[in-house]
Design a protein around this ligand. Sequence first.
Ligand code: ATP
Length: 320
Amino acid sequence: MENDVLIQANNLQRFYGAHCAVNKVSFEVKRGEVLGFLGPNGAGKSTTMQMLTGNLAPSSGQIIINGIDILEQPKAAKLGLGFLPEQPPLYRELTVDEYLHYCARLNRIASKQLSRAVTQSKERCGLTEVSTRLIGNLSKGYQQRVGIAQAIIHSPDVVILDEPTVGLDPIQIREIRQLIRELGKEHSVILSTHILPEVQATCDRVQIINKGKLVLSDSIDGLTRRMESSSLLLGLHNPPPVEVIQTIAGIETVEQLENGQIRIQHSPNENPAEQLATRAVNQGWGLYALMPEHRSLEDVFVDITCTETADSETESGEAA
Ligand code: ATP
């Protein structure tokens, strides 16, 4: 059952008064997938997460968790869900053991299985050695682990994590990301973040929401392809006139840069690198550099969210 869909959101919409915070959003997540949910501030991430976890009613649309409609059967659907909100719901005055036993009972784990569930979730989150410590005395990273442990204590099919690494130091961030990847092997995980490298480090797929609308849904491989732009940087000691370079098939524009190099934009289907190298060698252009120009995830993100912003502003402008 590798391809079973554990989360299905159909046409989700949420209004706050007249403001549409989430606008007809649809997606699915399969078992064994970690989905990164990205978006600028106010894009609608938390609103979507809260609807998925049954904490906020959609204005319209449908959410199915492992085959169960969360609006029709909220209790049954929530049994298959674990949620780490942005502010982990911790009781600082309890020990880790006391708190996790309490969470296990809240999740209706039978008394006979309570101890086993607590032990397992502690092991998975690396909490065994702090079992008897007060939560309030733990570091932020360990508190976050306790937050994740409560989310997985009942072995839910779906784990939803809202900004799980905010406020952690780089070592803690690595550990939590490793844990998320582990969780992703057995569960479906949705992770909201605005830390772009986190998505590349942790997720299989990425979704970008902007002004309430989904503007990108792609695999990490697809995203990587988007980051490979259609441009080359060329360094020549004896460059020919620009018109000569421009005759090579596939080249769209040739731009002289201030550092003496040349930026070449080419059609996505025809890479002129090999031709350029051959011509440069045969005609003595003194080739010293030829490399593809890479864009960062941040460039892609800004491109997508800014284009959409411009489009939606035009749309509203036209409507007004
Ligand atoms: P952030 O990254 O800043 O947490 P977000 O993507 O999670 O942002 P949401 O918190 O879902 O965004 O908010 C989406 C939009 O809905 C924003 O414009 C926000 O101001 C608005 N909004 C959120 N909650 C409410 C509320 N309870 N009442 C009115 N408007 C709200």
